[in-house]
Each structure stands twice: as C-alpha cells, then as structure tokens.
Design a protein around this ligand. Structure first.
Ligand code: SF4
Ligand code: SF4
Length: 278
C-alpha cells in the first residue's frame, strides 16, 4: 500500500503530516520525494547507511565522426540538438535533454554519439527505530526532478505501508509520484490560496482515478472555507489539524506530531485507507 501525501500549494504541512504518519504506524517506509527541498530527515533524524549518486545517460557528440545528416536533431522532441552542417557544428543543450536515447538510436554513424552518465542527484537510504527511510536530493541546476523520482522508485521496498512525501505543485513531478500510489492524501490549508491550488491538485488526482481524501491543516473552527470547498466539490475531509501555536513551535524545531492523540488518529487513518473505508 503506497500512500502519497500531496498538496497543491507548498508549505501546507505535507512533510509534518507524512513524517508523523510514518512514525505512528508500525513497519512503515517513509520516502521523501520532495527532492528539490527534502526535509523529512529533519523530522525523522535517520541513520543514513547508504548514499547513491544517481546518474542518467546523456549523449556526447563527436564532430569528427558526424556526417551532419540532422537525423538526431529531427528526432529530438525536446529540441536539445541543433546541427549546423555548413559550419560543421553540433550544438547540444544539455539542460533540455531528457535522456530518452532517441538521438543515439537514429544516428547512422557508429561512435558519432556516445552516451555518458551524468549525475543528477543523490538517493539516501537509512533507518530510524524500525522505520525505513529513503530520500532524494536533486543537484542544484538540474531542470527536471522526474528522472531522479523515477530512479528512486527502484529503491522503495515492497513493505506493507509506504508513505510518500510528494513534491508540491501540480505538474510532472507530482504526476510521476502519484501515478504509482494506491491512495492520495491531499494536505491543504483553509485559505483562498491553499484551496485554489488544492482544486488544481484534485483535478489531477481525479483524472488519474486515484482514491483520495483531504487533510486540512491549520484548521480553525470559525474558518469554514475548506469545509465549504469540500462540500461543493463532493470531497471528503479525513482529518483536521488545528491552527495551534504549540504545533507550529514544534514544527520549527523539527518535532513531528506524535502525541498519543495524534498517533491514534494517524493509525486509524491508515487503517481506514487500508480497509477501503475512505
Ligand atoms: S537523449 Fe533524447 S532528449 Fe536527449 S538529446 Fe538525445 S533525443 Fe534529445
Ligand atoms: S544523427 Fe549522427 S551523424 Fe547525423 S547529425 Fe546527428 S550525430 Fe551527426
């Protein structure tokens, strides 16, 4: 059972919710796929036992072998190659390359294109009191996190409960994470900005036909925006976490929500998901 904790807007409390759930249930695996800003380790404080530099193949062009047929340029849907036959020049825009391998496949000349590995980030594996921990750290300057996210999946064990801290937003990285999840918990805050982004994230999750529910963080009794929103869209709020100074202070110190009350609530939430009650 893979449960993705997602949100439209960043800063809604996705990480405190996902780390707290992971630490509340037994034999879980916590996977931090928010690779541009992974901070689950601040809450879990794992012992890291393994660090893997993750690489993707990118082409290297050899102008002395190239016959300037332009087949690679025409085949690259990401416009990462520009061939100038008159000047016998190959321009390669590495940051646009998606490592698809098509250019090498279509090139008629052996050795005109050779693939070489390019490091794009680090995957760390660790443990804390029986909780398995995996996170990914995207290198600075790497334009897309999707290859690293897809590489991280190879290291996710098939344990009973896998809690995935998804990237924020509503674009390719979220889709990459959510597509392999069995259930999505969308964490929001009851503000117009939070709900606007939740609206977009909900569209994605529904398009992908993923079972899902909402968690409202920083909830206030007199603030009905999130409840009104959920009612209007026919969505279910599985949990509300109050706007509480103590929680915020603990959050700033990297302390998850692990009071007895919350442990029981998070365990029950996971049980309900597993039993198909949500
Ligand atoms: S590997 Fe794919 S994306 Fe990269 S340059 Fe070649 S065809 Fe373009
Ligand atoms: S397909 Fe190969 S030979 Fe043709 S332009 Fe590209 S690198 Fe050169």
């Amino acid at each position: 059972m893979k449960i993705a904790i997602a949100s439209g807007k960043g800063g809604t409390g996705k990480t405190i919710v996902s780390t707290s759930i992971s630490m509340s249930v037994n034999n879980a695996v916590y996977v931090d796929m928010d690779v541009e800003e992974p901070n689950g380790a601040i809450f879990i404080k794992p012992e890291i036992s393994r660090e893997i530099r993750y690489t993707v193949p990118i082409p290297e062009f050899y102008e002395d072998k190239c016959i300037y047929c332009r087949k690679c340029e025409e085949s690259c849907v990401y416009n990462a190659i520009s061939i100038i036959p008159q000047a016998k020049k190959i321009l390669f825009f590495e940051e646009l390359c998606h490592s698809c391998g098509v250019c090498k496949y279509v090139c008629p000349v052996e050795q005109a294109i050779i693939e070489k590995p390019k490091a794009i980030g680090t995957i760390r594996i660790g443990e804390k009191n029986g909780l398995k921990f995996i996170d990914g750290i995207l290198d600075v300057g790497i334009p897309s996190s999707v290859p690293l996210l897809s590489g991280m999946k190879k290291y996710i064990p098939n344990d009973e409960i896998v809690i995935i801290d998804s990237p924020p937003g509503a674009s390719c990285p979220v889709v990459e994470v959510v597509k392999d999840s069995d259930f999505v918990l969308l964490v929001t805050e009851p503000t117009p900005f939070g709900l606007n982004d939740l609206d977009i994230a909900l569209d994605i999750v529904k398009d992908m036909e993923k079972p899902h529910a909402i968690i409202v963080n920083k909830s206030e009794n007199n603030n009905n925006l999130a409840r009104e929103f959920a009612e209007k869209r026919g969505e279910y709020i599985a949990m509300e976490i109050p706007f509480d100074r103590k929680i915020a202070e603990n959050y700033s110190k990297g302390i998850p929500l692990l009071t007895e009350e919350y442990k029981i609530r998070f365990k029950k939430l996971v049980e309900d998901i597993r039993e198909g009650k949500l």
